[in-house]
Write a protein that binds this ligand. Structure first.
Ligand code: AMP
Length: 209
């Protein structure tokens, strides 16, 4: 299975690149932000509680988003893999993702972080807010709050994957196609590495047999 964590601050281009990656690699897109917005749209109790935090640019509690990811994995057992977009955002979420994927004898293949400076993020999100209808995209103070939350709480997740040799950072400013090409090159390297380990293990097994 190919499980990609697409990482980066709000407005870095994760959603755009996710759409291209699901088409290229036949993956299921799991965005915790989208899942939460769907709960809000359905008017569920979870959605009502999450909305208050989301409107302030704060994180929703770990157990809420971990529970949503757990049920999405259970509902998509025949998927070729997943793109995790906006998840994990804390180290406990990253630890849970490892535990959840292990249940299916798989794990996170790699994390790709899109790096974009704060001023560019603010410009992009205010522009997106004109059409997205998202309250958290329409107020500069809330946007800056989300970037601060990313820098203080979420950026540590990069270290979690770096210690596993799975972390890659890319400049998220540039042509969408160029950035897409760079992400694919990283994924293909990881896939190639996984395949050659399997191949060499099979070759060893054949020799033993
Ligand atoms: P996004 O669509 O990824 O920008 O997420 C929008 C908002 O949803 C965030 O500002 C958080 O309030 C909440 N959210 C989304 N994903 C998570 C997550 N993994 N952990 C905590 N809160 C989240």
């Amino acid at each position: 299975m190919l499980n990609i964590v697409l990482f980066g601050p709000p407005g870095a281009g994760k959603g755009t690149q996710s759409q291209k990656l699901i088409a290229r690699y036949n993956l299921v897109h799991l965005s915790t932000g989208d899942l939460l917005r769907s709960q809000i749209a359905q008017g569920t109790e979870l959605g009502l509680r999450a909305k208050k935090l989301m409107d302030e640019g704060l994180l929703v509690p770990d157990e809420v988003v971990i529970g949503m990811i757990e049920s999405q994995l259970a509902n998509n057992t025949s998927a070729a893999g997943f793109i995790f977009d906006g998840f994990p955002r804390t180290v406990p979420q990253a630890e849970s993702l490892d535990a959840l994927t292990q249940r299916y004898n798989t794990g996170v293949t790699c994390m790709v972080a899109l790096e974009v400076n704060e001023e560019e993020l603010v410009t992009r999100l205010l522009e997106r807010g004109k059409t997205s209808g998202r309250p958290d995209d329409q107020d500069e103070t809330k946007i800056r709050k989300r970037v601060t939350v990313y820098n203080t709480e979420t950026a540590q997740v990069a270290g979690y994957y770096a210690t596993q040799g799975k972390f890659h950072a890319l400049n998220g400013i540039g042509a969408i196609e160029d950035i897409f090409g760079q992400i694919c090159a990283i994924i293909d390297r990881h896939q190639g590495a996984a395949t050659s380990v399997t191949d060499s293990q099979e070759a060893t097994d054949e020799v033993k047999a």
